[in-house]
Design a binder for this molecule. Structure first.
Ligand code: FES
Ligand SMILES: [Fe+2]
Length: 436
């Protein structure tokens, strides 16, 4: 599949691009490397596709990409969720063009073949015109299902490759971040059905993935909204102190005390919680919500889910989940220097309507295209891409904390919150997956 591979810059072979504390900048700029990533990373791992609440009724579908492969996540008439290639079994045309919709069956626009919502070929138009050279019952003529699809508590992942580990195994301890947010819902189900923020930035997809678990940048990149003089919003009721901007003294210590975690092998990572999440909340809707939740959990688990220890979790290679301004973010690579971002607010089924309303409003402020936080980072990503054209240094550094990483009981790696451990974990997985 990838014999077209030729590094544009022949000075560096693939294996030499990733070091323990730095990566060669061509991983962000080289088109041939981008092509390989689409084949080898997005074609070899479990990739997050969508949430089952996006397709509640039979015939509902959403269209997504796994790397460059167009796929459809759909609800079939049997009630199950399927992930199929968005490509007609006849001559390969993309069947579903909309981002989401309801269609029973799917109908290819070119010659009108139709497909069931599980991808099976339903009918061939004017079939009498075909002779014996083609078997119209051949399942290969459908919109083929992906080799592996699994749903973990509503979150649907797919893997293109036939031979793979189970999703649970792939996610490992990062699964706990999904458990935490789902267990915060009174009904035990979260809903990603309140719309999507979508935008494209002019930079490589890995900049956004790295950034979701980068606590080092926060006081500096987001100074205009987090600094005491520049604060423009508070995240939670009772949040009146803000995050102090400082590179020394107590404030810096607080940032450094937070934990970060990186998987030994699979590239997942999370950063420690935000202290603002611990602020006491007394609004009536919240108190009603806590009452509802009480019967679901032991007192210990209730305390845990109400004050989650994790802030952002990055599920390699394309999704992040945040516990504070709660959302799911999906990273869609388009080209080596173009990336689309999709962000969904995560709502709690069964929680007071005011509370879900606040979750949506909060996310508008932090992660919409015109928000006060994410726009800072989009500027960072574009600047990283532009700066990559300079010839000052060939290497991009993730050395912070490399000498103080600790191995935890599972063999994964932990360090303080402002270390660059999560990014090192991502590139470790990158190097492993990119091997021929
Ligand atoms: S390409 Fe789909 S029916 Fe011909
Ligand atoms: Fe940021």
């Amino acid at each position: 599949m990838d014999n077209h591979y030729q590094l544009s810059d022949r000075k560096h072979e693939l294996s030499g691009l990733i070091r323990a504390d730095s990566v060669h900048r061509s991983v962000y700029t080289d088109r041939a490397i981008f092509d390989l990533e689409m084949d080898r990373i997005f074609g070899r791992t479990w990739v997050y596709v969508g949430h089952d609440s996006e397709v509640p009724k039979p015939g509902d579908y959403v269209t997504r990409n796994i790397g460059r492969r167009p796929v459809v996540l759909s609800r079939h008439t049997d009630g199950e969720v399927y992930v199929v290639y968005n490509s007609c079994g006849h001559r390969g045309a993309k069947v579903c063009a909309e981002l989401h919709g309801n269609s029973q069956p799917f109908r290819c626009p070119y010659h009108g073949w139709t497909f069931k919502n599980n991808g099976d070929l339903e009918a061939v138009t004017m079939p009498r015109g075909y002779g014996d050279s083609i078997n119209l019952d051949d399942p290969a003529l459908g919109m083929r299902r992906l080799a592996n699809v699994e749903n973990y508590r509503g979150f649907v992942f797919a893997c293109v490759k036939e031979e793979t580990s189970s999703l649970k195994e792939w996610l490992g301890p990062s699964r706990g971040s999904i458990d935490d947010i789902v267990d915060r819902s009174p009904s035990g189900k979260v809903m990603l059905n309140a719309g999507i923020h979508r935008y494209v930035f002019r930079g490589n997809w890995k900049f956004q993935l790295e950034n979701t678990v980068d606590m080092y940048h926060v006081p500096f990149s987001h100074e205009s909204t987090l600094g005491s003089k520049g604060r423009q919003f508070s995240r939670r009721q009772g949040d009146d102190a803000g995050s102090t901007i400082s590179h020394e003294g107590k404030a810096a210590e607080r940032w450094e005390r937070r934990e970060s975690w990186g998987a030994a092998r699979n590239g997942h990572s999370y950063t420690g919680h935000q202290p603002v999440a611990d602020k006491k909340r007394e609004d009536p809707a919240y108190l009603r919500y806590v009452e509802n939740l009480r019967s679901n959990h032991t007192p210990e688990r209730l305390a845990e889910v109400l004050a989650p220890r994790r802030h952002n979790t990055a599920f390699y290679p394309n999704m992040s989940l945040q516990a504070l301004n709660q959302h799911v973010r999906v990273i869609c690579p388009i080209a080596v220097d173009r990336t689309e971002i999709l962000v969904w607010p995560v709502l709690f089924q069964g929680a007071p309507a005011e509370m879900n309303h606040d979750i949506i409003r909060g996310l508008n402020v932090t992660h919409s295209a015109a928000s006060l936080i994410q726009t800072d980072d989009l500027e960072n990503f574009h600047r990283c891409q532009m700066g990559s054209g300079a010839e000052n240094s060939e290497w991009v550094w993730f050395a912070r904390g490399v000498d103080t990483d600790q191995i935890d009981n599972n063999g994964d790696v932990i360090n303080t919150g402002t270390g660059e451990l999560p990014q090192r974990a991502q590139f470790k997985a990158w190097a492993r997956l990119m091997e021929p």
